[in-house]
Design a protein around this ligand. Structure first.
Ligand SMILES: NC(=O)c1ccc[n+]([C@@H]2O[C@H](COP(=O)([O-])OP(=O)(O)OC[C@H]3O[C@@H](n4cnc5c(N)ncnc54)[C@H](O)[C@@H]3O)[C@@H](O)[C@H]2O)c1
Length: 312
């Protein structure tokens, strides 16, 4: 019998595509989507949905027991840019939701957990280029602090209680099915929408701001691969560095100009510039490649082609 899976925060940018991919693999009825809001049509129509608040332990427990859930993917969180506006709400959501899921696993009610970290765990004192797996972190955003703390707790629950928790540090994610939810790399999605609508985009990050990025299809593949990896292959229970490509706004703009020659980019940096400046430019993901065979398949050129084709 196929296992039952619960996705918490399933209606967001990653959750939507992850739910659809898991339903394709394990069967629609085996993958329960949940969120505090309803999602897009393809998600809502393709399988079970539960209205669920990730900060409510007993509500999650009820759903886990009802559906006999084995694995939980926790995608609910407040992202970097929004978290700077609501620090305490971000901390409460990001930490309490994680404790709820880790504690369910500690009590033996679920057997495996996926929880995403982020390149936001790194800070201004981290080496910027080819940032190693293990290095100075010192994040300077509320979001980054919550992700770094989350990583420490994941490793702690693995070591102390044997909780099978798996994690990757996603870079900025680029997708066309669902809009991003308030992060610092959102410009790299908005730019495609605006290129098609207006042939012009004003970037909230300055020219030269190079950040690690990934096309969603790669991110979903990585998520499913680490969850399927034999436990003895995993040497990191905090979170794995993960990379595909790195670029600055002017580089994504010129990849768009190759397809839409009269596209124009302008720059008007806002508070998100400071967040971006504290993050790495590129990531060393050799440990993920070695331990569970990670390999990206989309570069900037392919990503631009996919984005423009699908949004058109
Ligand atoms: N998208 C990226 O570029 C990126 C990069 C690095 C890490 N991540 C991490 O991946 C995870 C998913 O990110 P995303 O981009 O899909 O975020 P998103 O904001 O698009 O989606 C988050 C979802 O969580 C839901 N949610 C919020 N509060 C909730 C609550 N109390 N209970 C249940 N659901 C709740 C929201 O309604 C939303 O649908 C997050 O942990 C995020 O930090 C994302």
């Amino acid at each position: 019998m196929a296992k039952n899976i619960l996705i918490i925060g399933a209606c967001g940018q990653i959750g939507t595509e992850l739910t659809l991919a898991l339903r394709e693999k394990y069967g629609n009825d085996h993958v329960i989507a949940s969120d505090i809001r309803e999602g897009g049509e393809s998600l809502m129509a393709s399988g079970p949905f539960e209205s669920l608040d990730a900060t409510q332990y007993s509500a999650i427990e009820d759903v886990v027991m009802h559906y006999e859930i084995e694995e939980v993917y926790l995608m609910a969180a407040m992202l970097s840019a929004t978290a700077e506006k609501f620090p305490m709400r971000a901390w409460n959501l990001n930490m309490n939701s994680l404790f709820n899921v880790l504690n369910l696993a500690k009590e033996g009610k679920i057997s495996k957990v996926f929880w995403p970290s982020s390149i936001a765990v790194f800070g201004p004192n981290t080496p910027k280029e080819n940032t190693p797996q293990n290095t100075i972190m010192e994040p300077s955003t509320v979001y980054g602090i919550s992700k770094q703390s989350g990583e420490r707790w994941c490793e702690y629950y693995f070591k102390k209680y044997g909780v099978d928790v798996r994690s990757v540090r996603y870079p900025g994610l680029i997708s066309w099915k669902t809009l991003p939810g308030g992060g610092t790399t959102d410009y790299a999605v908005e730019i495609y929408h605006e290129a098609i609508k207006n042939k012009r985009y004003t970037s909230f990050l300055q020219k030269g701001t190079k950040l690690p990025m990934m096309f969603m299809e790669d991110a979903i593949r990585a998520t499913m691969a680490i969850m399927e990896a034999p436990t003895e292959h995993l040497n990191i229970r905090s979170s794995y560095n993960l990379a595909a490509m790195s670029f600055a706004p002017e580089e994504i703009a010129s990849s768009i100009t190759a397809e839409i020659p009269d596209f124009i980019i302008d720059y008007d940096p806002d508070f998100r510039q400071e967040i971006a400046d504290s993050w790495p430019s590129s990531i060393d993901d050799s440990q993920a490649r070695k331990d569970w065979g990670w390999e990206p398949s989309f570069d900037l050129k392919n990503t631009t082609k996919e984005m423009l084709t699908n949004l058109n």
